[in-house]
Write a protein that binds this ligand. Structure first.
Ligand code: DGI
Ligand code: FE
Ligand code: FE
Ligand code: FE
Length: 189
């Protein structure tokens, strides 16, 4: 609890108020999903709180971190939408001193999801980010209902909805988003 308050201040210092409030709501929703799914609520709270820590960092910080940590250079062809999780996890480790690998993995995968082997904590952060009580998009209530019944069905629902939304907007889709979707589609077929 002590660590959570200290980290909360550091997250707040990096983000606009709107995005900081989103992080607090993700923390709350993650606690609730943790309680429903047998995960440590403190671990879920910390992961939810920090998941968007790097979202407002300048592009050059991400490019430098990709070099410094020897990450796949192809990442440089993407944008903050992808970097803030995949690269942001390294900033969280370096700057917030969080080294729980399960938390860092959940941050890495919170935008794209991952295949059916994803950890329960990663599923929780992925879903809490999508369903927190400030979210208001067509299908969010359906998403909350499904996820209360089955965390796995919730993950698949989000992957379906996000993939079709991105395609309907003509957006570039990160390959991991496709492979996550395919793995769950196979799982549920
Ligand atoms: O950081 P948040 O906005 O809270 O949530 P997030 O990290 O899940 O990011 C959501 C946004 O990222 C949303 O606008 C959809 C977008 N996104 C998810 N997968 C992909 C993606 N954008 C692109 N361009 N490609 C993807 O594969
Ligand atoms: Fe995010
Ligand atoms: Fe998300
Ligand atoms: Fe988020």
């Amino acid at each position: 609890a002590q660590q959570l308050k200290a980290v909360e201040g550091q997250v707040q210092s990096q983000l606009s108020d709107g995005r900081f409030q989103h992080c607090l709501r993700v923390k709350d929703y993650a606690i609730r999903l943790a309680q429903q799914n047998g995960v440590d609520p403190d671990q879920a709270a910390l992961a939810g709180l920090v998941h968007d820590y790097a979202k407002e960092r300048p592009t050059e910080d991400f490019l430098a971190a990709i070099d410094r940590h020897h990450l796949d250079p192809d990442l440089k062809n993407w944008s903050r939408a992808i970097w803030h999780g995949v690269v942001g996890a390294y900033m969280i480790k370096d700057e917030l001193g969080i080294d729980d690998p399960t938390i860092l993995d959940a941050v890495v995968n919170h935008t794209t999801g991952e295949g059916v082997t994803m950890s329960t904590l990663a599923k929780i952060v992925f879903m809490a980010d999508y369903l927190e009580l400030g979210r208001d998009f067509p299908g969010v209530e359906e998403g909350r209902r499904i996820t209360d019944q089955s965390l796995d069905q919730g993950v698949f629902y989000q992957l379906k909805e996000t993939l079709s939304f991105l395609a309907s907007q003509g957006k570039l889709i990160y390959p991991k988003t496709f492979t996550s979707y395919n793995d769950w589609a196979k799982h549920f077929s």
